[in-house]
Design a protein around this ligand. Structure first.
Ligand SMILES: [Zn+2]
Ligand SMILES: [Zn+2]
Length: 167
């Protein structure tokens, strides 16, 4: 087993960074660790007047890049809890740019779970790889799915680019 990071500790650190920029995120957030093997690293759901932020367990593994992985993902999701920020445009994008400029993050619409964040040794080699020809995002699949069989019929969820199968 490898050492695991404390999600609450890093969430508090990220919140302090937003406080310093006077960014008002929600005061009612619960953090949940998502233990299912997922390609999605983070998720923010609104439940009534509070929010649930799910963070992939992968990012708590100390072998992953702390800043580009866990902290970038936490900041991305925290910004969704600001007023009028559920989408990745408008105010959310403005706040992301502000945080990036202040602390050198690279908070973008899609956090790529590439090798600079999650080292190769942590990955099961995927049987199939589909890549976006526009932004380079990669989708790994162990099973044959419609997207594996006919990638040209699907679009990248991040940028809308054309998908191609490379493995
Ligand atoms: Zn988002
Ligand atoms: Zn794309």
């Amino acid at each position: 087993m490898f050492a695991m990071r404390d999600l609450e500790q890093y969430a508090a650190e990220c919140m302090k960074e937003l406080d310093r920029l006077n960014i008002r995120y929600s005061k009612s957030i619960s953090f949940v660790i998502n233990t299912r093997a997922v390609t999605r690293l983070g998720l923010c759901k609104k439940l009534g007047s509070s929010y649930v932020i799910e963070i992939s367990e992968l990012l708590l593994d100390e072998r992953t890049d702390l800043k580009r992985g866990l902290k970038t993902t936490v900041i991305h999701e925290l910004l969704h809890t600001c007023r009028g920020c559920m989408k990745h445009t408008g105010k959310w994008a403005e706040l992301a740019a502000k945080v990036n400029a202040a602390y050198g993050y690279n908070v973008t619409r899609v956090t790529r779970s590439d090798e600079s964040i999650i080292p190769e040794e942590m990955r099961k080699p995927p049987r199939y790889i589909i890549r976006c020809s526009k932004c380079g995002a990669e989708i790994f699949r162990q099973k044959r799915s419609p997207a594996v069989t006919n990638p040209e019929k699907y679009r990248c969820s991040g940028c809308g680019g054309q998908l191609i199968r490379i493995k």
